[in-house]
Design a protein around this ligand. Structure first.
Ligand SMILES: *Cc1c(COP(=O)(O)O)cnc(C)c1O
Length: 813
């Protein structure tokens, strides 16, 4: 049906009539989207069941990737692509008078994540399925995704992201597979037949109901599962009637508290209630996910000592760390294991990815909160801690300092990263530099204790979404030039490198980039009514707004360029369009002022006729996966300018590289590995190195004031933040920014790196003047981007951590 246009059109029109009672003339774009979704769901239904059946009968080892975030974005286009149906459907719809790109816009973005970490989880699912691994996602079906961002008067305003308002065509509710999750209560301990029995009473019961989303692999039909859990009330109305009078209001309270568990991603945790809710969410995910994993395992009738050979549980950062004590609880309390056996099984089943070097971002929970909410789980954590500290004191009797440094429970806090390292067999960082810094600094004592657990797995991105789907024109050119092998073997993109000398290929690369820029320009015109010059350099920084990512340095530099143009209005300049996109956490005031500053500068620059043919600044609201897919293929310059040693890996950097943008960046995260492959000629490095940053933190010696006093460019832009002039000001609205840099001594070295950043930007202008040379660098970037395909990353996780192999589907042998 999907590989023959005429058959597709017939089937499509039939479905439209039978399901919605409409003819093609009456159908709306939303109808077309829904019917397409249903057709795909129906088409893959059999293969989905067969993939599961195959795993079962062959007793394949299964990987479960636990993550609080899955930033999957839209699925229609990618599913069609992976099924090999994109062209047929696009052509068929065109015959019926519809444009597929417009239909794709009907789909709400599944924004079940914040940024990089959640997008990584989504890329991994795509690679697992496409490579034929038995790997599934386990997450929460948040009723509201990450907030929708509106910019009003230059300021971020958050609106609820009601992505499920229209029914979700991809999910399948599986009420028959619901499991019970328990909170609160008291633990009773008693002896029975020489065994200690732990029984929790007076607990509150919540249903976890799974919604399954098919994860369709590329090529051979292989369909894995993303299982998202939703919390539902577990009180039966009949029982309520018997409890009389007040029970109705109690029921409403209970109901409200249950619903809140799967309502929002990262609820505000500035107060106690919010923190408690986050802890509830984490346990909800861990308990529901593990129960369902073990139920599948139970059906195989194997012994539990075999669990680590049949199941790998991977935790994406520390949010799902409670799988460790939860697995211990199930093994001990429900399966009759002794402590040592349970510990052996658990620590051979769980593996952990660390995502941050910022010590303030390492998760901690108050002991009291955890003990009350999860009494039995807390007991187990206490026991894990007691045994771990006891082992240490035995090995290092004089090292009480070491024990307090690495203890899991310390100063009435449960330290999740410590629990995750102690309770797992593998700990990985997400770029070489990040892993090295974990070993040498942040987690050094743990590395000294368990060196064999630590390993690096540099992040990756799926080239199917980020190149084939986002940039079809470039993908076609690549396939025309080097064949289609790169699609399944992304390293073959290296074959492009020899074409960097081919001037007609260079022209094609630049002309595709220009087409993408035209498309983005049309989007900007339509959204903001601002015309941008497609021949200007499109310089893009899109990512979460965070002080360490230094959007501030970027916008201060734009202010500096504005000043230069005003000073020398007739000087020749290479026109530039600076594009920003970023959401700030709702309670992160400094980040929000930086958004405001970008918007104020944009307004001034874009309206100034002396400046606006040389410089434009855009803030595109509501940065999300689908917006990223529009922006990234149009970028000439990729801004990866974090303070060295702060960005764990970055994945945005890889998406830009794959689409032929040149990077201006610090030696941070995966930029380091990009630089190793590209060399100085194909990337623009600047700024402090991570050792230099570390030395400043350790030994001092940096004064932001000195920078301000020494460099007139810096003094001028800093003063413009707080004194009357083009960008300021009512009531020192940028005072917070000014203070963070000058009064709090610029924690992220914005001023320290400003000079070297500005000089490097000037080099970029000069380089861009030679379009052929630029094209050649762009080609080298694309050629080396295969290394960062998540296919390569997942193959490394599979062989080094999970010990699994691709499953050859019986459907296709
Ligand atoms: C890739 C991606 C990110 C991560 O970007 P970084 O530059 O690595 O921080 C964040 N948000 C979205 C929507 C993405 O697609």
């Amino acid at each position: 049906m999907f590989n023959n246009k005429e058959l597709f059109k017939t089937a499509f029109k039939e479905q439209l009539v039978s399901r919605l009672g409409k003819s093609i003339e009456e159908a709306t774009a939303d109808d077309i989207y829904k019917i397409l979704g249903m057709l795909i769901r129906e088409y893959i239904g059999r293969e989905w069941a067969e993939t599961n059946q195959m795993y079962k009968t062959r007793q394949e080892k299964q990987v479960y990737y636990f993550s609080m975030e899955f930033l999957i974005g839209r699925l229609l286009g990618n599913n069609l692509l992976n099924l090999g149906m994109l062209e047929t459907v696009r052509d068929g719809l065109l015959d019926l008078g519809w444009n597929l790109e417009g239909i794709e816009e009907q789909e709400p973005d599944a924004g079940l994540g914040n940024g990089g970490l959640g997008r990584l989880a989504a890329c991994f699912l795509d690679s697992l399925a496409s490579l034929g691994y038995a790997g599934h996602g386990c997450g929460i079906r948040y009723k509201y995704g990450l907030f929708e961002q509106k910019i009003i008067d230059g300021q971020q305003v958050e609106l609820p992201d009601d992505w499920l308002q229209k029914s979700n065509v991809w999910e399948e509710r599986r009420a028959d597979k619901k499991v019970e999750v328990r909170f609160w209560g008291q633990v009773e301990v008693r002896e029975e037949d020489g065994r200690t029995i732990f029984n929790t009473i007076n607990y509150e019961k919540v249903w976890a109901v799974p919604y399954d989303v098919p994860v369709i692999g590329y090529g051979d039909l292989h369909v894995n599962t993303l299982r998202l859990w939703s919390a539902e009330s577990a009180i039966e109305p009949a029982k309520m009637r018997m409890e009389g009078q007040n029970s109705y209001y109690k029921f409403l309270d209970y109901n409200r508290s249950v619903e809140s568990i799967s309502e929002f991603l990262y609820p505000d945790d500035s107060g106690y209630e919010g923190k408690l809710l986050r802890l509830k969410q984490q346990y909800f995910l861990c308990s529901a996910g593990l129960q369902s994993v073990l139920r599948t395992f139970d059906k195989q009738g194997l012994r539990y000592s075999d669990l680590p050979n049949k199941i790998a549980v991977h935790i994406n950062d520390t949010h799902p760390t409670l799988v460790i004590p939860e697995l211990m609880r199930i093994l001990i309390d429900e399966k009759g294991f002794g402590w040592d056996e349970a510990w052996d099984v658990t620590t051979r089943t769980v593996s952990y990815t660390n995502h941050t070097l910022l010590s303030e971002a390492l998760e901690k929970w108050p002991v009291n909160m955890m003990r009350e909410l999860l009494p039995r789980v807390y007991m187990i954590i206490e026991e894990i801690n007691k045994r771990f500290c006891g082992m240490l004191l035995e090995r290092f009797p004089a090292r009480q300092d070491l024990v307090s440094e690495v203890a899991i429970i310390e100063s009435d806090q449960v330290k999740m990263a410590h629990l995750a390292i102690v309770g797992s067999y593998s700990v990985n960082g997400v770029a070489q530099l990040h892993t090295d810094l974990l070993k040498s600094n942040v987690m050094k004592p743990f590395y000294d204790l368990f060196p064999e657990r630590f390993n690096n797995k540099t992040n990756g991105i799926t080239h199917r979404r980020w190149l084939m789907h986002a940039n079809p024109e470039l993908s076609h050119l690549i396939s025309e030039s080097i064949g289609t092998g790169w699609i399944t073997h992304p390293y073959q993109l290296l074959d492009l490198e020899r074409l960097k000398h081919d001037s007609s290929f260079r022209d094609k690369i630049m002309s595709i980039k220009r087409n993408n820029k035209l498309r983005l320009a049309a989007y900007i015109e339509q959204k903001q009514g601002i015309t941008v010059d497609p021949d200007s350099i499109f310089d893009v920084q899109v990512k979460r707004l965070h002080a360490y990512k230094r959007q501030l340095m970027n916008i201060l530099h734009v202010m500096h360029l504005y000043n230069e143009i005003k000073d020398h209005p007739s000087a020749d300049r290479v026109p530039r369009t600076f594009i920003f996109g970023a959401k700030a956490a709702p309670g992160y005031y400094l980040a929000k002022s930086i958004i405001k500053l970008i918007n104020v500068v944009a307004d001034v620059v874009n309206k100034d006729p002396q400046v606006n043919d040389k410089l434009k600044v855009l803030f595109l609201e509501n940065y999300s996966v689908s917006l990223a897919e529009k922006i990234i293929p149009a970028a000439n310059v990729s801004e990866q300018i974090s303070t060295a040693g702060k960005e764990a890996s970055g994945t945005g950097n890889m998406k830009f590289m794959m689409n032929g943008a040149l990077t201006i960046g610090t030696l941070d995260g995966a930029n380091v590995e990009m630089h190793e492959m590209l060399g100085d000629e194909n990337m623009f490095l600047f700024g402090l190195r991570s050792e230099e940053v570390l030395n400043y933190y350790r030994y001092g010696g940096y004064l932001a004031r000195d920078m301000y006093n020494q460099d007139p460019r810096i003094k001028r832009v800093m003063d413009q933040l707080v004194s009357p002039g083009p960008f300021c000001c009512h009531e020192r609205e940028f005072g917070l920014i000014y203070q963070s840099v000058l009064d709090h001594n610029d924690e992220f070295f914005v001023l320290r790196d400003f000079g070297s950043y500005a000089d490097t930007q000037a080099i970029i202008d000069q380089t861009y003047l030679d379009q052929q040379a630029w094209a050649s660098k762009s080609i080298v970037n694309i050629a080396h981007a295969g290394h960062f395909s998540s296919d390569c990353t997942i193959n490394r996780y599979a062989s080094d951590i999970w010990h699994i192999h691709p499953v050859q589907s019986s459907l296709h042998v």
